[in-house]
Design a protein around this ligand. Sequence first.
Ligand SMILES: C[S@@+](CC[C@H](N)C(=O)[O-])C[C@H]1O[C@@H](n2cnc3c(N)ncnc32)[C@H](O)[C@@H]1O
Length: 212
Amino acid sequence: MIVTEAVDRYTESLRDEPDPVLAEMERHAARDGIPIVVPQTGALLHVLALAVAARRIVEVGTAIGVSTLYLARALPPGGKILSFEVDEERHAAARSYLKRAGALDRADLRLQDAREGLSDVGEQFDMAFIDGVKAQYGDYFDRLLPLLRDGGLLAVDNVLMGGTVAEGRGDGRWTEEQIRSVRAFNQRLLGGGQLTGTVTPVGDGVLVAVKR
Ligand SMILES: C[S@@+](CC[C@H](N)C(=O)[O-])C[C@H]1O[C@@H](n2cnc3c(N)ncnc32)[C@H](O)[C@@H]1O
């Protein structure tokens, strides 16, 4: 945890009660050890999508659809989120949950490696969310940046890895190699001149940036 337990508990307590479908998704993820965004990150994504009035969103790493649902719920009628997942079971679960949550009409869920899928996408997006394999973050970014409109928003999860990224050493969960690669990724995005952004200590660390 990056912030103190008290801060984490307090900020989580400020959220609305999750609706029954979202609560079930959270229980499913906890039971099966599926990594999903924490509620504060979900709320942040939802607010960011509203703030840029996103109509088209792209996501890498659907898992069972928790972050997809937070983002889909910020879309106006006719809006769409395109989301990639490589795990068949998770992809199917996401489809079923989003349908039950009444959001499947706003979601284009693809069972495909995002690195392939993104290369075939020929449209522009208002917002992108990266939450796949950490070692592949640079590959996702290379493919996503040209698809993001000028002024579009990029969000990336787990860029502080429980705080280890700041400390520069592994903790058993995150390896030194993963930490080095995320440090280089953060530096590249925030120091590269293509984006204006920052790293927020929300959840596991969320990088938020706007394309210049
Ligand atoms: C951290 S989880 C995503 C959690 C989800 N965004 C949420 O918060 O509800 C990462 C997911 O990315 C998927 N994944 C891994 N490599 C991928 C790739 N190359 N393309 C698409 N999805 C990938 C994994 O199977 C896993 O379910």
